[in-house]
Design a protein around this ligand. Sequence first.
Ligand SMILES: Nc1ncnc2c1ncn2[C@@H]1O[C@H](COP(=O)(O)OP(=O)(O)OP(=O)(O)O)[C@@H](O)[C@H]1O
Length: 254
Amino acid sequence: MSEDVLRVENVAKRFGPVTALHDVNLHLGKGEVLGLLGDNGAGKSTLIKIISGFQKPDSGKLFVKGDETELRSVDHARSLGIDCVYQDLALVNQLDVVQNMFLRREQVHRPIPFLARKRMREQTREALDEIGVNVPRLGVPVARLSGGQRQAIAVARTVHSDADIILLDEPLAAMGAKEGAMILDVVARLRAEGKVSIIMIAHNYVHVLESCDRVNLIQDGEITFDKPTGETSVEELNEIVVEEYRRARARAAG
Ligand SMILES: Nc1ncnc2c1ncn2[C@@H]1O[C@H](COP(=O)(O)OP(=O)(O)OP(=O)(O)O)[C@@H](O)[C@H]1O
């Protein structure tokens, strides 16, 4: 891979008595797809929220495209090309599919002329077709759609944005097998094009090994494993996780 588009150095984050991230170091190359694996509560979402400007770290540094950057907000991160599909999707239930697709653009906050609305519908349809997910009625509030369809809209919105650093927090979480495969196809296409860099949180080792260039494992708020996917296996990843589980049980037993 060429230069890093993102570097996280010694990042720590606490929530009261809970240390979510101890001392995290991570890097993402241009055009690279990095899989981030880790148990529940390991710190994956906190890390992604820090990289997307949603939360601030207590300490540590973030470099975006070579420049040390203190992200002030999600909008600030977006202005630098970083966009995230959060686990809870960040769709607005009462708004319809088209309005959600354009949520972060100012049209939604003003009356929309008929022609602009028509263009927005066309672009929404195009973005969803690109993902390959069928959402027949674009005018319904997204609250009435399935979890998989909602997830697809959130992913389509990010892929169709100007972002060149895309963070996917468990993009397959609410999906059936067919919809999940479509999202993995989109990741595969973006990976082949090499224009965007992606961090994908996932629980399925096989998905990560097949869809990513490199894999990081986060355990108890620290990156404990970093290898190209071609140099590791489900067995090796399993072994590390089981070993950590044994250690945690031994610690708990005193
Ligand atoms: N806003 C918060 N307030 C208090 N504690 C938090 C907050 N956000 C995260 N935590 C705690 O920080 C730790 C890491 O949480 P995080 O959500 O980053 O884990 P995760 O690896 O994404 O887990 P999961 O796979 O279950 O989503 C957990 O112990 C969690 O309870």
